[in-house]
Design a protein around this ligand. Structure first.
Ligand code: IPT
Length: 945
């Protein structure tokens, strides 16, 4: 009788670490040695990194905490990445969100850096920290706060004004990241200062090694001792090159580009076959590294949408390009993005819309519904299962018949000279067609043409495989395999190996030494002995075959779709294990459906946590000790044991009852959000545009008497409002001309007093516009106000050094009211309440814009709406204006389910133009411009609570 107790897993407790703050030392600390290793935990040679002396591939994905403003979901993403076989996350932080007001670093709540790093450690994910100060990343200003627009120094140079502006941010976040370095028991193992610094230079500017060195010194002075990486990809700052040099050379790669309009466009010429050689030329003493390899694509306003981007970079793309990264012997790689998230609260750059789904492996609403997630998991598990890869290096790619009988296939041998293991990365170059081939494989038994028994191998277009030769599994030698390895694990009593292939493909797997092969389950495997080797030959089908090799190796032969349901997780490391949660020494292999998050063992009871989307059999096929009881999410599973050492049982999925309220039938309340049009409106508290100069280095020469650059007055985000006062001196029917700047896809409307005179609807790729509107007749001696509202879209990135495009101003660049001297018009302006001294510390400096409703805080929970008009946003306004609508709803989601939701804007059927902003509980979660899309905005919130 089995005794299984009904213990329930303790729930996860998030530990919150307060980030400490102290001002930069007044006296420069002693400059730390630049090239000498500052620690001995993370080291490297030409092949790979070592952590605690152990060779390791760093295989990760990019994930930005600020694009998922729900700390309780950070662990969810980390676990989903860890379960896909990734062991690291590459992470940007966005300075603009953390220091909205110069000198006021604020990183609590959803901005908590220390908590994020703690959760990474809890999930067993190493961190490659990339806090900038410049990050690019399709965020407003490339991460630069708006107040830098007023800084007279050139950005990303060692001009004192710029460097001094970075100190507060670097000192604060640097200390928090330092505390979480692996040397302090944390997750951070690598550190990238700056970002793609060599991306372009304006006339008169060139690579500034002193600037890069200064930034590196700043970070070191906060206690960062991890090796410095770069993603510059050019022959500057190479290891050992002197001033500005980094430790680990790397180069970013986005071979499919960023146009999602034609997602099936397949450029086989984009598959690099000389990557490794390039790394050797640039830096032959460091591991081949790609800090950003394409994991999806960004998409502009009016773009094809992220569904298309996920096709552009889908599972076929991964098969060819990610495996080609193995053909380049990459030992450090991160896929940008692996979870994209959301540009909520105006944090995005002007060229992009609210969603930053990126077509990534994990969708914006955290689902694992894209096959590219599962395929990436299969690919990541290859190196986890293949220690010989750590010291393997490639030979030249061959497209001739030397390895195959077909010239349209390309083969790159990647050979480990220590073990003689060979990885033969083969790919089909063409966009179409299926090629049957035989492989001439060099093995310890000479060149063998496989398959030997029957059939031929098959490669369809846009597919790539890694064939194995002389590959160790436990005490056995795989002489060769045409099937790909998902995992192999060796336990004290038995070993398990999982091989997969495409449906209907013939595969062959050979073991040296002719061990016995016994069919445990399934049919269709031909077992032969040739030349002292046991050969398995089979046609892949959805019915699994299990073969016992010798006395203790269980080989699972499955098809790709079945393999998508297999997971390798690791039992938590012990306190005495230097790897702790990062340990991979105690693997558990489970065939288990949608998501297996993690496993813990207590005696012979295995506790599995995971998510289901259908009734699923959870089958444990490999575990470090004999199991008698299985718990899934704390509930005992009724199990059976298999002929091979397996334990399995069914977990019932109860379809949840989800009844979302209809938005149309909510009790909507509405209020006019443009009271500025009223003749009694009092703007005395607004900021007067009195500055007669600007320090803006991008557009230093004002073409208005006083600056009307919003950032000169501290307004850096969201909607801007301007009021130009003048007194009529005649009754002419003139015009008002305005030069407006609001970032790409910005829009604007203008009224004279309360009379609407014109709108500019915006163009996806224009960041400024000149407009001219006719004025109604004026009455001499009367006062008039030109009311200008600008829906601005953020600050440009600043990729080109010296150009300072980030400082491209937002506001009014020029104006002319016909018949009046410019000085006859006096302007006032406003933006978000209190500008850089922003009010909403929870949601940060960018979330609120300057609309009346926002300045009043009506977007926050429980607005005082009882006396507002009853009116629905589905009815809308009857003419030009701004209306604010509010309602509350109860989602009433069932407990115990993770229910991802999104709001859809399926496009308007009417012809009028409009802009819409969506706030949920005060968080701006979507901005929609008619005719610009996108049509969906995700709603990242934690429905599990
Ligand atoms: C690379 C940037 O480093 C990264 O921040 C992001 O902007 C990415 O591009 C595109 O999403 S830069 C490289 C494409 C030149």
């Amino acid at each position: 009788m089995r005794l299984c107790s009904f213990a329930v897993l303790s729930s996860l407790i998030l530990q919150i670490t307060a980030s400490s703050w102290s001002p930069r030392d007044a006296v420069e600390t002693t400059q730390l040695s630049k090239r000498a290793l500052l620690q001995d935990i993370v080291t490297w040679d030409a092949n790979s990194l070592f952590i605690h002396g152990k060779r390791v591939v760093i295989y990760g994905g990019e994930f930005h905490p600020f694009r998922l403003p729900v700390p309780s979901l950070w662990l969810d993403i980390f676990q989903k990445m860890r379960s896909m076989g990734y062991n690291a996350a590459s992470v940007y932080w966005d300075w603009a969100l953390l220091e909205g007001q110069q000198g006021d670093y604020s990183a609590s709540g959803v901005f908590d850096v220390g908590l994020f790093l703690d959760l990474a450690k809890q999930a067993g994910m190493y961190i490659i920290a990339r806090p900038g100060p410049y990050i690019n990343a399709e965020v407003s200003g490339g991460g630069f706060p708006g107040w830098l627009q007023r800084n007279p120094a050139h950005l990303r140079t060692n001009e004192t004004g710029f460097l001094e502006a970075t100190y507060n941010y670097i000192n604060n976040i640097g200390k928090t990241i330092s505390d979480a370095q692996i040397t302090n028991g944390g997750a951070v193992i690598l550190f990238q200062p700056e970002n793609e610094y060599l991306n372009g230079f304006a006339t008169g500017f060139s690579p500034n090694v002193y600037y890069v060195q200064d930034v590196e010194d700043e970070w070191r002075n906060t206690g960062i001792v991890m090796p410095y990486t770069d993603n510059y990809g050019h022959d500057h700052f190479l290891p050992g090159s002197g001033i500005g040099a980094i430790d680990l050379y790397g180069s970013d790669s986005y071979p499919q580009g960023f146009s999602c309009n034609d997602p099936y466009n397949w450029l086989s010429s984009d598959v690099q076959t000389n990557e490794y050689q390039m790394f050797e030329i640039e830096s032959n003493s460091t591991p081949p590294m790609i800090p950003e390899f394409q994991g999806g694509s960004f998409d502009p306003w009016g773009g094809a949408g992220f569904g298309n981007c996920s096709v552009l970079t889908n599972e076929d793309f991964e098969k060819v390009f990610y495996k080609n990264n193995f053909a380049s012997a990459l030992k450090i790689v991160s896929y940008y993005m692996t979870f994209g998230g959301t540009n909520w609260g105006n944090l995005g750059y002007p060229l992009g819309y609210t969603s930053y789904d990126y077509g990534a492996a994990i969708t914006e609403n955290r689902e694992l519904t894209r096959a590219k997630y599962s395929e990436a998991k299969l690919i990541a598990n290859f190196w986890q299962a293949s220690p010989a890869y750590l010291t393997a290096s490639p030979e030249k790619a061959q497209s001739a018949a030397i390895y195959t009988t077909q010239a349209n296939l390309t083969v790159t041998p990647v050979i480990d000279s220590n073990s003689e293991t060979g990885f033969y990365v083969i790919r089909h170059d063409g966009p179409e067609g299926t090629t049957n081939y035989k492989l001439n494989l060099p093995t310890s038994k000479g060149i063998i043409q496989i398959p030997q028994i029957q059939g031929s191998l098959t490669l369809v277009a846009k597919d790539s495989k890694i064939h194995l030769a002389d590959y160790a599994i436990g005490s056995y030698n795989v002489l060769y395999s045409s099937a790909e390895i998902f995992t192999q694990q060796n336990y004290s009593k038995y070993s398990v190996a999982v091989f997969y292939g495409g449906l209907t493909e013939t595969h062959e797997l050979a073991f040296s030494g002719a061990p016995n092969a016994t069919i445990v389950s399934g049919s269709g495997v031909t077992v032969s002995e040739i030349d002292g080797a046991t050969i398995l030959n089979w046609q892949t089908s959805s019915s699994r075959k299990v073969v016992q090799i010798g006395s203790d190796l269980y080989v699972y032969l499955i098809d790709r779709n079945s393999a998508y349901n297999y997971w390798v997780t690791y039992l938590p490391g012990t306190d005495s294990d230097p790897f702790g949660t990062f340990s991979t020494s105690q693997p558990v292999v489970i065939n288990g459906g949608y998501l297996i998050r993690n496993t813990t063992l207590s005696g012979s009871s295995l506790y599995v946590t995971g998510d289901l989307n259908t009734t699923t059999t959870i089958e444990v096929i490999g575990a470090p000790s004999s199991l008698s009881c299985l718990y899934f999410n704390g509930v005992l599973v009724n199990t059976i044991t298999g002929t091979a050492p397996t334990l399995s049982g069914q977990v019932i999925y109860n379809v949840p009852y989800i009844n979302l309220p209809s938005l149309a039938s909510l009790n909507w309340k509405s209020i006019d959000s443009l009271p500025e049009l009223s003749s009694s409106y009092d703007d005395s508290l607004w900021t007067a545009a009195v500055l007669t100069y600007t320090n803006n280095t991008y557009r230093p020469n004002l073409t208005t008497p006083n600056s009307l650059y919003a950032s000169d007055y501290g307004y850096n985000t969201g909607t801007l409002l301007f009021r130009g006062h003048f007194t009529a001196t005649g009754s002419e029917n003139g015009t008002v001309e305005l030069g407006l700047a609001g970032g790409e896809a910005f829009s604007s409307s203008v009224w004279l007093n309360s009379t609407f005179i014109g709108s500019y609807n915006g163009v996806a790729d224009a960041s400024s516009a000149n407009v001219s509107y006719g004025l109604p007749s004026l009455t001499t001696g009367d006062s008039y106000v030109v009311n200008v509202i600008i829906d601005q879209t953020g600050f440009e990135e600043s990729q080109t050094q010296g150009a300072d495009i980030m400082k491209a101003p937002r506001g009014i660049l020029s104006y002319n009211v016909s018949g009046y001297a410019p000085s006859a018009v006096s302007w006032k302006l406003t933006g978000n309440l209190h500008g850089e001294a922003y009010e909403d510390r929870a949601r940060g400096p960018l979330n609120e814009g300057g609309m009346f409703a926002e300045r009043q805080g009506y977007h926050l929970p429980s607005p005082p709406s009882s006396n507002w008009t009853s009116s629905s946003p589905l009815t809308g306004t009857s003419g030009p204006g701004v209306a604010f609508y509010s309602s509350s709803l109860d989602l009433a989601l069932p407990a115990g389910y993770d229910v991802p939701l999104y709001f859809g804007f399926p496009g308007a059927s009417n012809t009028s133009n409009y802009r819409c902003q969506l706030f949920v509980n005060g968080w701006q979660f979507g901005k929609y411009g008619k005719s610009f899309g996108p049509y969906f905005q995700m709603l990242p919130f934690d429905s599990r609570r």
